[in-house]
Ligand binder design. Structure first.
Ligand code: PLP
Length: 353
């Protein structure tokens, strides 16, 4: 098989995404999707836009989406970029700002970052975690190289305050500091507006989690014109139409129906807080996440067993086997009903049945 591969492809160590079973029989708590549907207005927009205009290429600059994002975040349109999911935006950023250079990120974080470094030949180092699974924010401040971290971090759910984003951006002039805000709507404050103050700050967001649009693949970036131009350079050297027509309109409609999404995120946050109590009751050790997932381990029952038994009962969670996260599961916060089924089953597993 490898005889066909380029030396670039041979050297890759691809990301392994969470399972996506084809049938709908699972309670799916493994890839941090929303348990709720996207806004009815978004669904209506998609239906309306699915017409003869699909014969045409979409707007290469995703104008309607960027206009809506500008109004929503109070960031000028020239400082916003849209891509086919934030994974693509992240890939463009690694190519534009870190290829052939050096970047640091936490040891325990989104496992796609080292993969992009491999693809674009960026040197990287992984900062050891502090106090168990905390990010070394001090280590990222003033490191004199590129910095990437999710805020809140994944898969721990730890939130860093805006004062940290400012400190890390201000102390690394000339290097791009990328904050991946995939989960910011579940309890944090976005640093998107800070991009007006720090030319080297790039803030990346996705509509896959808090906007319940993982199936549409919509990612955004906020940054100075210099950084946005860097992303455009890479985009236009790769695929000038990254975002399809339906996604552009769906994304704009999602930003325009904020009341629906505030309500939805509020529900998820309340379910998360209740779940902390349930995990405590069952003797789990876990991080009080600011996100829509909870990283947990049990002192007596191996995570591998919990994962397997849950799967046998049609409940999918994410299992981590690689050090330093061995013996952990990550549970996406579902609906109250889904979480009740999960905790009933966990109770039986922990009780030895
Ligand atoms: C889910 C996730 C992404 C990817 O989001 P897409 O927009 O679906 O590509 C990026 N970063 C982190 C930390 C994530 O968890």
């Amino acid at each position: 098989m490898t005889e066909y591969l380029s030396s670039l492809a041979k050297g890759l160590e691809p990301y392994v995404p969470g399972e996506q079973p084809g049938d709908g029989d699972y309670i799916k708590l493994n890839t941090n999707e929303s348990p709720y549907p996207p806004s009815p207005k978004v669904q209506e927009t998609i239906r309306k836009m699915a017409d003869g205009s699909l014969r045409l290429y979409p707007d290469p600059s995703s104008g309607v989406l960027i206009k809506a994002a500008s109004a929503y975040h109070g960031v000028p349109e020239e400082m916003i970029f849209a891509g086919n999911g934030s994974d693509e935006v992240l890939a463009f950023a690694f190519a534009a700002f870190y290829a052939g250079k050096k970047v640091v990120f936490p040891k325990v974080t989104y496992s796609f970052y080292p993969v992009y470094c491999g693809l674009f030949n960026a040197g990287y180092s992984q900062l050891p975690m502090v106090e168990k699974l905390g990010m070394d924010l001090d280590g990222m401040a003033g490191c004199g190289c590129g910095v990437v971290f999710p805020n809140p971090n994944a898969p721990t759910g730890e939130l860093a305050g805006l004062e940290w984003v400012e400190r890390i951006a201000a102390s690394n002039p000339g290097n791009v500091v990328l904050v991946d805000e995939a989960y910011i709507d579940f309890g944090g404050e976005s640093s998107a507006r800070l991009t007006g103050k720090y030319e080297n700050l790039l803030v990346v967001q996705t509509m896959s989690k808090s906007r319940a649009l993982a199936g549409m693949r919509i990612g955004l970036a906020f940054g100075s014109e210099k950084l946005i131009d860097g992303l455009k350079r890479v985009r236009d050297s790769f695929n000038s139409y990254p975002l399809n027509r339906l996604s552009q309109y769906a994304g704009a409609a999602a930003l325009e129906d904020d009341a629906y999404y505030k309500d939805m995120c509020g529900k998820i946050i309340r379910t998360r807080e209740k779940s902390f109590g349930e995990l405590e009751r069952l003797g789990f050790e876990f991080i009080r996440s600011s996100s829509n997932f909870i990283l947990a381990s049990h002192p007596e029952v191996p995570a591998a067993k919990i994962y397997q038994v849950l799967k046998g009962n049609n409940i999918l969670v994410r299992y981590f086997a690689k050090e330093p996260l061995q013996n952990h599961i990550r549970i996406t916060v579902g609906t109250d009903g889904q979480m009740k089924i999960l905790f009933d089953r966990l109770e039986k597993i922990i009780g030895g049945c």
